[in-house]
Design a binder for this molecule. Structure first.
Ligand code: FMN
Length: 184
């Protein structure tokens, strides 16, 4: 395992009170000191247009460089209308282009989903797998984390319930192993 691990974090929800952000913040708090984690902000990214491939868009360059420099990408996201949210798909597309310059090729990627509903945002996770497979990324497939009825896993002050904390701690351990494993 390398001495230090760089993680890029993407939150698929843009809203301030996002429950996915709360779970992500808890996971970040559980990362060991050897991990440097930086959020890739996606709210300001113009909608991807192939015409932009021949121009320089600062926000596109920013996220491409962040993703390129990361040992692994952690995505924490809801689903919107049974698919990944549009803002999340946008950064997937931006990172995938220009043609043959994709930042996703061989990139280690893990996705955690959460929803107040009973499916836990699983469709968003499955969508991400589909895109990442096509882009030759290396998806972490086990464990799969889709937090259903996720409001019940948050206390009134927004902190994560002890039961879900334990669950997420195990995920963080596995994810850090995955991110730092250079032979994988
Ligand atoms: C446009 C839209 C579509 C949604 N579609 C789904 C859905 O398909 N499945 C689901 O479980 N929840 C759906 N929801 C509810 C979200 O799971 C819920 O708003 C959740 O809190 C979003 O995550 P966040 O708090 O991190 O923003 C939808 C919400 C919005 C705003």
């Amino acid at each position: 395992m390398s001495a230090s691990i760089n993680i890029a974090l993407i939150i698929g929800s843009l809203r301030k009170e996002s429950i996915n952000r709360k779970f992500a913040e808890y996971m970040v708090s559980q990362m060991p000191e050897s991990v440097t984690i930086k959020e890739v902000y996606i709210a300001d990214l113009p909608l991807y247009n192939q015409d932009y491939d021949d121009t320089t868009i600062d926000s596109y360059e920013r996220v491409r460089q962040q993703l390129k420099g990361a040992d692994a990408v952690l995505i924490v996201t809801p689903e919107h209308n049974r698919t990944m949210p549009a803002a999340l798909k946008n950064v997937v597309d931006i990172g995938s282009r220009p043609y043959k310059e994709s930042v996703w090729t061989h990139k280690k990627v893990a996705v955690v989903t959460a929803s107040p509903g009973s499916f836990g945002g699983i469709n968003s996770g499955l969508d991400m797998r589909k895109s990442m497979q096509m882009l030759s990324a290396q998806m972490m497939i086990d464990p799969e984390i889709h937090l259903s009825r996720a409001i019940d896993s948050l206390n009134d002050d927004g902190s994560v319930s002890p039961r879900t904390q334990k669950f997420l701690q195990r995920f963080v351990t596995d994810f850090v192993d995955f991110a730092g494993n250079t032979s994988a």
